[in-house]
Write a protein that binds this ligand. Sequence first.
Ligand code: FES
Ligand SMILES: [Fe+2]
Length: 351
Amino acid sequence: MFQTTNNSKFVSEVPRKNTFSENDWHVLAGFWHPVAFSHEIEDKPVSAKLLDVELVIYRTSKGVSVAKDICPHRGTKLSAGWISDDNLVCPMHGICFDGAGGCTKIPSINRQNVRIPPRLRLQSLKVEERYGIIFTCLKEDPIWPIPVWPGIKDKKNKVLHFPTDTWYAAASRHVENFNDVAHFPWVHKETFGGYENDPVPDYEVNHTDYGLSFDLPYLEEGNRFPDGVEGHERNVIYTYQLTFPFSTIIMISPIDSDYVQYFADTVCPVSAYETKIFQVATDTTGNPDIEVLTKETLMINDEDKGFVESQHPEDLPLDLMEEIHIPADRMSVEFRRSLAKRFGLGTPLVN
Ligand code: FES
Ligand SMILES: [Fe+2]
């Protein structure tokens, strides 16, 4: 009912309605995470949620800003406000905040040269826009870089932004599925999946500066590439590059042409059981067909979504003894092992 009076400086950053373990929350809060597409933030503030923390995202002439969705005056939601004179206006008493989160106006004080209390400012977060995606970090010093995506970072290529979607599953379950190759003939029969009895070749997972990577040769049934090569099936090489914790790019290269498709997936852990998906793509044509690729992407996601949302336990088991692994799971085994070993995820909080 009441917040205690003697600890206001030490109020835990962990939100009261936190669905993560406290340890996992603190570890994940140190990474950059996507919270919106740039094109979604125009002339109105927008709400988002990251690791159970409510955020407001707004745009001023200084660029995009992200802050906790709490007015420092009486705690109302700023995302219900509006933008006026390049300021975010709180809807409850009209106090205005600039792009850096500082208060610029208190309308109920009708005096010149009023001294604005320095503490009357938003809890603003670090923000970066890359590839048309807004990334933010809940901690002061991010522990890991924003992903660097070949092809997509190349300014000469047109980058497509697909419709966002929310999956009722853990971000880690989504990422593991995105990097799972053995489900293609079973789950993606209608899109690019190959033949059920084709074995998954042995592949090697490499540790990189940013995460994990592997290459996999694959025979796709069908021909989905706009490179003029005829045929009812295509031999491709998939190159996966995962940036911890939840971002992956796949480079898809048919072996009989110079064409490469770059498809990137980065997801926001809204809560422990809710994940917002951001996907972008381009290709070596530099001008990929938005209708064709959007239709294909939505179909592929639709094929995956129900499986991932049905997985139990909902939390990804990081103890490798918890689920049974097959040789095709090399990537998921390395992903689980790395999250636990490198970052201490999935471990109880010490002290
Ligand atoms: S609660 Fe925001 S201005 Fe009063
Ligand atoms: Fe899939």
